[in-house]
Design a protein around this ligand. Structure first.
Ligand code: PLP
Length: 381
């Protein structure tokens, strides 16, 4: 066979997608599965009329930075909700999901062999994306705090990646913690890539966008997405906010890889921006309330999880089970038809955990699933 590249051969499949694929296969064979592995929430969202979208513009490529009116709406939203001022002409690029935005930004930052740092548990794609950009992923092991990051910085470090609110912990970083990361960035001249895809999944007002603490965006690069906050993950619309010069480079990558995100969807989002938020916001609120009820339920049955109040995820400890997190999840899927994601997918230091997502099943089913997790821990101790 002609050559395959080392970076793709060595890239790992995303653990969450690997398990979700098993679910799709089981479902195709007619099996009923309780899905607590999906990285999204299912909201009730009507399909709104498309008749008055600008025709024929919807059929054609749009500006590679994204439709201007959509950029204005997004910048207005960040100003109103998070107190961040953004120039829609220079400080934002809209692309096909925030996943692509993070990748394009890493491509614009890293030279081969450069390092990027992130705390574990870490979202499944950070290490692989760094590798795909010929960089070296450096995971700060579970149990270390932001105050320990400095020990992992080397002359090759170019970026720190954080996720706030955090998937899979549901944790929200305090302003003081974000300031601490920015202080490191200033000291060592680093970018801080802050993935804020779950920025609206909390109800206690504790979220601070990193860009608010670095208004000139000298170090802060923020990613966000319509996937989670607007409940339309399949549309693949996300964006990056940051320094104009950095984004000029990201724009070049965007132009060469996708030209622009789907034009019709950008116009649809522009047209219904407020309507969609009015539809999803109350549903997000309900889901976050459910999260609190489920946390209480886990306390009652003695399941331990990492502290957090946001998102629709829990990072649940499987101690003292003797199984690895993959063995645990496979057994749970095979024996109970319940799918959760092995902690190992979030970093080698996270094998004593599983990720449970409560975004797609009912409250009763989620509680049932977690009870089965507890029973399997007890059975395999
Ligand atoms: N960042 C985090 C932390 C996520 O969990 C996800 C999706 O699961 C993404 C980014 C990617 O989202 P998008 O659909 O915008 O590519």
């Amino acid at each position: 066979m002609p050559q395959l590249s080392r970076v793709t051969i060595e890239a790992e499949q995303a653990m969450s997608i690997k398990y979700n694929t098993m679910v799709y296969d089981l479902q195709r064979r007619g099996q009923k599965v309780l899905v607590m592995s999906l990285g999204e929430a299912f909201f009730d969202i009507p399909l709104l009329p498309m008749d008055d979208l600008p025709y024929p513009a919807v059929n054609h490529y749009s500006h590679s930075r994204g439709v201007h009116e959509l950029r204005e709406k997004l910048c207005g939203y960040h100003q109103d909700e998070y107190g961040v001022s953004i120039d829609p002409d220079r400080e934002i690029v809209v692309t096909a999901g925030s996943k692509a935005a993070i990748h394009m930004t890493l491509m614009s930052i890293l030279n081969p062999g450069d390092e990027a740092l992130y705390p574990e548990p870490a979202w499944v794609s950070y290490p692989e994306q760094i590798k795909l950009c010929y960089g070296v992923p450096v995971g700060v092991p579970f149990g270390k705090s932001i105050h320990d990051f400095e020990a992992y910085i080397t002359p090759k470090t170019r970026a720190i990646i954080i996720n706030n609110p955090h998937n899979p912990r549901g944790y929200v970083y305090s302003e003081a913690e974000l300031e601490q990361v920015l202080a490191l960035a200033r000291k060592y001249d680093l970018w801080v890539l802050c993935d804020e895809a779950y920025s609206d999944f909390l109800i206690d007002g504790s979220f601070t966008s990193l860009a608010k603490l670095d208004p000139e965006k000298k170090h802060a690069v923020v990613f966000n997405s319509m996937s989670k906050n607007y409940g339309i993950s399949g549309w693949r619309i996300g964006y990056v906010i940051g320094d104009a010069n950095l984004l000029d480079n990201v724009l070049k990558v965007n132009q060469h890889l996708i030209t622009c995100p789907a034009t019709i969807l950008q116009y649809y989002l522009t047209r219904y921006f407020t309507d969609l938020l009015e539809i999803t916001k109350p549903q997000i609120r309900d889901l976050v309330c459910s999260r609190a009820r489920i946390a209480k339920y886990m306390d009652e049955i003695g399941l331990q999880y990492l502290p957090g109040s946001a998102t629709f995820y829990f990072f649940v400890s499987i101690e003292p089970s003797r199984l690895s997190s993959e063995e645990f999840c496979t057994k749970l899927l095979e024996e109970e038809q319940i799918c959760v994601v092995p902690g190992m997918g979030y970093g080698p230091s996270c094998d004593r955990f599983i990720r449970a997502s409560i975004g797609t099943a009912t409250l009763t089913d989620n509680m049932y699933g977690l009870r089965k997790v507890k029973e399997l821990i007890d059975k395999t101790r």
